[in-house]
Each structure stands twice: as structure tokens, then as C-alpha cells.
Design a binder for this molecule. Structure first.
Ligand code: RB5
Length: 152
């Protein structure tokens, strides 16, 4: 089955999201765009929620969220079970959050990174694999924290 990348933004990330979509098209990467679809003001938690739910359901395997800073999206995304969202604005962090944290959502700040760097970071996020091994045990520990929090 084809792996589908989820992508969504708020108004602050609209321009970068569109640029990333163009890059995905050029590279023939399957994606699903969960909005928003203009620069009209919207609420980023709504978009974090639909994107995270698409990963939880298995419809999409990983996702990219873009807002003004990337921070609001990452805070909202990390409230979802099984979501490991990383807000990053440098290549090293994006590479290692995939390799070590198995991050399944990348949050970018459209007003922070701009188009050129944003495209590079999206590319690294898509093309870097989790290393597993000792890092799997740590990711499992995060899941345990999530479970114990849910039980409170
Ligand atoms: C919207 O103005 C802005 O607050 C949002 O895009 C994001 O940066 C929130 O974290």
C-alpha cells in the first residue's frame, strides 16, 4: 500500500505548506493536504488534530504541520496519543529527531525558517529513517509515560 504523508497548516504556515506540496509533487511523493487553504485566520489546534488523527488511524504514516512558529502546532500535536511531534528549524535536529526519537510529525515555523530551509527540512524529515536499537527502548518509555498520564 502506498505510504501517504499528511500535511496541514494554519494561515502562518500557508505559504510554506504550498511550497512543500510543490516539492512533494515534483518528487512524486504521495500526500494528503488537510488544509487550511488560504491565508484567512484559522486556529492551529484544529489542523493539528485532523492531521494527527490521520496518523492514528493509519491513513497517513507521518506528517508535517506548519504554523507561524511551529510551536503551537507541536504543543497541540503532542497531546495526541502516539504522536511524537518535533518542532525544529535546523537540519541536524530534524535528522536526529527522526533517527533517535522516531518523530512522526515535523512542525515547522513558516515565519521562522522561510521557504528554502523549510523545503530542505521537509526533505530530511521524509528521507531519514529511525535507527531503532537503544532508541526504541526510549521511545517505548515515552509511550509508557503517555499511558500512565491517560490513567490519571
Ligand atoms: C498565528 O498568528 C500564530 O500564532 C500561529 O501560526 C503559530 O505561530 C502558533 O504557534
Amino acid at each position: 500500500m502506498e505510504k501517504i504523508l499528511a500535511i496541514a497548516c494554519d494561515h502562518g504556515g500557508y505559504e510554506l505548506k504550498n511550497a512543500i506540496i510543490e516539492q512533494l509533487k515534483e518528487k512524486g511523493i504521495a500526500y494528503k493536504d488537510f488544509g487550511c487553504y488560504s491565508t484567512a485566520s484559522v486556529n492551529y489546534p484544529d489542523y493539528a488534530k485532523v492531521l494527527c488523527e490521520s496518523i492514528q488511524s493509519g491513513e497517513c504514516y507521518r506528517g508535517i504541520l506548519v504554523c507561524g512558529t511551529g510551536i503551537g502546532m507541536s504543543i497541540a500535536a503532542n497531546k495526541h496519543r502516539g504522536i511524537r511531534a518535533a518542532c525544529a528549524s535546523d537540519a541536524f535536529s530534524v535528522k536526529y529527531t527522526r533517527m533517535h526519537n522516531d518523530s512522526n510529525v515535523l512542525c515547522l515555523g513558516g515565519r521562522v525558517v522561510g521557504i528554502g530551509l523549510g523545503l530542505e527540512l521537509a526533505d530530511i524529515f521524509i528521507n531519514t529513517e529511525f535507527e531503532g536499537g537503544r532508541h526504541q527502548a526510549r521511545v517505548d518509555m515515552i509511550a509508557e509515560i503517555e499511558k500512565s498520564e491517560a490513567a490519571k
